[in-house]
Design a protein around this ligand. Structure first.
Ligand SMILES: [Zn+2]
Length: 499
């Protein structure tokens, strides 16, 4: 007997919203060549990510029909923008639901999400999307989702959806793998071979992303414990949401989510174990990374270069707009040489330079960066020579040589340089620089730390508690109370969890 064909609708809606940024994420930001995407174009977006993993494994099964529902891809601002407007959310979600109703019935729905989207007027946007999808497809369809570990989620999502699969590593190495698991379990559930049960435990820990590197313990230990559970218990999936504290939403902070095959008690036991483990290690989790002031960091970088500590990665983790000039200014003030600063975001400067037809060799005299908001500081005047003009994805980036062997790269939006290969794409040789100054929290460790590239790594942030600060209590939260989270309050967690 042949199995009946399985119809699966595929949706994508993802953002990591920094609600403390003033620039809202609007409809326009989601609309650009390639986005929204539908059909095969949607299914082939993100081939190395969650979507690619999902599609690959779904197509290993016979009799599967994937229907790519028109979905916005990531906004062009990346994560450098604030509240998603209700208009953008309602328009895209409304369109998806209408299309699901028109093209249904479906046996399964795959929701390719991030989890840290924040929408004005919609407290839990991913759970609300799942609720509306459930309403449209009925109780029997299976809803499976993938999330980024920075998602802010609580029990609400799995009240409407059946399963979730979250990337474990930061840097996010396993997105494709989690997409694969989502496809396999979704199809098994449609065929009654997997009966998803779950447990969700909110752990009252809120941490800045700069401390969340899973390349070393205690974060590595936390992830290892999840992997051990998955190894011990067939068909158990353990999601560790680190949380994203720059989205001021009621479900921010750490969450453990466990999916099992027809065994809710096992799901609860694992979620309990994981959350108690994290809670007991909370001081170590928060204290895993030292963050220096900008001036201290630049001085330390200088000393490192003098004492065989190069190459140095100097990372301003706190710049959320990409426009911040603090590090650039300090590098000039302390007279460092052979430094690469990548990047300073400045959309206006890029536009002007394109209009002027900037070419390598042109003299350069322009004040760049700053201005976006207080956290970006003032523009810095650079006198130098245009070195390269390159296309990176759909953007134009321009590098300028100045001072004593220094190069600054200007990009239109916030760019987290994660790999030396990106520096080569800009037309530069990463080996030529003693210090590479970047804007990144943890993602850069992929190519510069986990790879063994850098001898010295220094994380910095400005002395003032700007919006990207590790001092979360300097931010004005309206939708959560920091006193309910470690390290800002003293929640009585173990009291409620046997562990
Ligand atoms: Zn992330």
């Amino acid at each position: 007997m042949t199995k009946p064909p399985v119809r699966i609708a595929v949706l994508h809606f993802a953002h990591e919203t920094v609600t403390f940024l003033k620039n809202a994420t609007t409809m326009d930001d989601f609309i650009y060549p390639g986005s929204p995407a539908k059909g095969e174009a949607l299914l082939s977006s993100g081939p190395k990510s969650y979507m690619g993993g999902f599609v690959q494994v779904a197509r290993e099964f016979d009799g599967i029909e994937l229907v790519g529902i028109e979905s916005p891809l990531w906004p062009r601002t990346g994560s450098g923008s604030g509240w998603v407007t209700e208009d953008a959310y309602e328009t895209f979600v409304g369109g998806m639901i209408a299309e699901i109703r028109a093209k249904g019935p479906f046996d399964g729905i795959y929701l390719c999400l991030h989890g840290a989207m924040a929408v004005r007027g919609v407290p839990r946007p991913e759970a609300e999307l799942a609720r509306r999808v459930r309403e449209a497809v009925g109780p029997r369809a299976v809803l499976a989702a993938t999330f980024d570990p920075h998602g802010n989620e609580d029990e609400e999502f799995l009240r409407h959806a059946d399963m979730a699969f979250t990337g474990k590593y930061f840097p996010h190495y396993d997105s494709h793998l989690q997409g694969q698991r989502a496809a396999r379990c979704l199809i098994r559930a449609v065929r009654n071979d997997y009966r998803p049960t779950h447990a969700t435990v909110k752990v009252p820990i809120i941490s800045p992303t700069v401390v969340q590197w899973t390349g070393a313990s205690p974060w590595m230990g936390l992830i290892q414990r999840a992997l051990v559970w998955e190894a011990r218990e067939p068909d158990a999936y353990v999601n560790v949401f680190f949380g994203f504290p720059w989205a001021d939403v009621p479900d921010a902070g750490m969450t453990m989510q466990v999916i099992t095959n027809g065994d809710p008690k096992l799901a609860e036991a694992i979620a309990d174990d994981m959350s108690c483990f994290a809670w007991r290690r909370r001081a170590a989790l928060l204290g895993s990374t030292t963050v220096h002031s900008i001036s201290e960091g630049v001085t330390l970088a200088k000393h490192a270069v003098q004492s065989a500590g190069a190459p140095v990665i100097l990372a301003d983790h706190s710049d959320r707009s990409g426009y911040a000039t603090w590090l650039l200014r300090e590098i000039i003030a302390q007279g460092l040489s052979n430094i690469l600063i990548a990047t300073i975001a400045d959309a206006d400067a890029i536009r002007t330079l394109i209009e002027q037809g900037a070419q390598p060799g042109d003299a350069f005299d322009m004040a760049i960066g700053g201005r976006a908001d207080a956290s970006a500081g003032d523009p810095v005047r650079i006198l130098g020579t245009v070195l390269t003009v390159v296309r990176i994805g759909s953007q134009t980036w321009i590098s300028v040589r100045f001072g004593n062997g220094n190069v600054v790269v200007i990009s239109p939006y916030l760019a987290q340089i994660m790999e030396p290969s990106t520096i080569r794409e800009i037309g530069l040789n990463p080996a030529e620089f003693a210090v590479i100054a970047i804007k990144s929290r943890v993602h850069f460790r992929r190519g510069f730390d986990d790879s063994g590239f850098a001898t010295t790594i220094l994380q910095v942030e400005p002395t003032e508690p700007f919006l990207g600060t590790t001092r979360l209590d300097a931010l004005r939260y309206e939708n959560l109370d920091l006193r309910n989270y470690y390290p800002y309050g003293d929640p009585d967690f173990l009291q409620q969890h046997s562990g």
